[in-house]
Design a protein around this ligand. Structure first.
Ligand code: NAG
Ligand code: NAG
Length: 343
């Protein structure tokens, strides 16, 4: 037995010790326009598209790798059919578009999506930086990437032009366990409705620095079981509907700074104010009348306003004798119903 056993152990050891460490990145290739570097289980691809170069050869250059972080910059109208297919099944995939103007994600001629035959089991992250989406943009292209049951997805966009956040957006990520949506500085004029009963996985929703005029309860998951943080700062919202924060048991952070909001209605905040950690109201021109009295007990502990700031952003706008006062300096006696200005 012993004589037989040792050669077996030895050959197993040889197998593990001397097996050449296969590299995860493909060999450097001058025609791929990508640089690939790797760490233990992650491949970092940095790729540059240009109209002269073939994106098809870039797609063929890709190698399977457990975790992939890929950044694509340069010039392209769309990506070829099956562009990411060689990545196959991934544990995580972080894809960053930067500085691209895209008519559509996938080549609009008939054929498979860029995500044909790809899947992610842990984490799918999609980032847009300085991307301009154009006429043929179709969110449904993203639904071809298969997201495992226990995987989560985050969508992050900053300083990109996305003017059609239509209902397709929420169809595209319906099975992706989306936990974070950030669409900042995108020029968004309106938000899409979240389909009832879907997207309860969302934890963070941030639509800061857009042109949103109207905000509705239907722009958030119903119910929003896991939603912790909402940012709507630097938009054009005037009114906060009464039901806006209903069915949001985990909500801890709300940022409505820098909107033309003059009233913080008690009915709107009632469902969440006691469990809320922070309400950001920096640079709101408030009407400081009796409608604001309900919030005074919470102001010191929960509300972040412009009180301590060196610059003089808007605080109370009305009535004139309270103009530029910080709400934190006021008492119930200062807040009179006679000063109430109808919106
Ligand atoms: C967007 O980018 C700007 C400029 O780099 C930055 O200040 C801001 O925090 C970013 N917003 C988000 C939501 O990451
Ligand atoms: C309030 O502040 C604004 C901006 O600094 C200023 O233009 C305005 O005169 C101030 N109003 C009063 C009543 O102090």
């Amino acid at each position: 037995m012993k004589l037989l056993f040792w050669p077996v152990v030895l050959s197993i050891e040889i197998l593990f010790v001397t097996r050449p460490i296969t590299s995860l990145c493909p060999p450097q290739d001058d025609t791929s326009f990508c640089l690939c570097t790797e760490s233990t289980d992650t491949c970092f691809y940095s790729c540059t598209a240009s109209f002269g170069a073939s994106l098809v050869s870039m797609g063929e250059y890709f190698n399977p790798c457990p975790r992939i972080k890929l950044s694509l910059t340069g010039e392209a109208n769309f990506l070829p059919h099956g562009f990411f297919t060689k990545f196959g099944d991934m544990r995580s995939f972080e894809f960053t578009f930067s500085g691209l103007k895209l008519d559509s994600l996938t080549d609009p001629s008939p054929g498979p999506s860029v995500f044909q035959d790809t899947s992610v089991s842990d984490q799918w992250s999609l980032n847009f930086n300085w991307v301009e989406t154009k006429n043929n943009w179709n969110w449904l292209d993203f639904s071809a990437l298969e997201v495992g049951n226990t995987a989560t997805t985050s969508f992050y966009s900053n300083i990109s032009k996305i003017d059609n956040m239509n209902s397709d957006f929420y169809s595209a990520f319906e099975n992706a366990n989306l936990d974070s949506i950030v669409i900042g500085l995108a020029g968004l004029k309106s938000l899409a409705d979240v389909p009832t009963g879907k997207y309860s996985t969302l934890v963070n929703m941030n639509f800061e620095k857009n042109e949103i005029q109207e905000i509705k309860r239907s722009h958030f998951p119903r119910p929003a079981t896991n939603l912790k943080s909402i940012s709507l700062s630097w938009n054009k919202i005037r009114v906060l509907p009464e039901n806006l924060f209903t069915e949001m048991p985990e909500l801890k952070y709300i940022d409505i700074s820098a909107n033309p909001i003059s009233v913080l209605p008690e009915m709107t905040f009632k469902p969440i104010i006691s469990s809320l950690n922070r309400l950001y109201v920096i640079n709101l021109a408030l009407s400081c009348d009796c409608q604001l009295a309900w919030i005074l007990p919470y102001w010191e502990t929960k509300v972040i306003d412009s009180g301590g700031m060196a610059w003089r952003p808007r605080r109370c706008k009305e009535p004139t004798h309270l103009a530029n006062k910080s709400v934190g300096e006021l008492t119930v006696d200062n807040l009179n119903c006679a000063d109430r200005v109808e919106a």
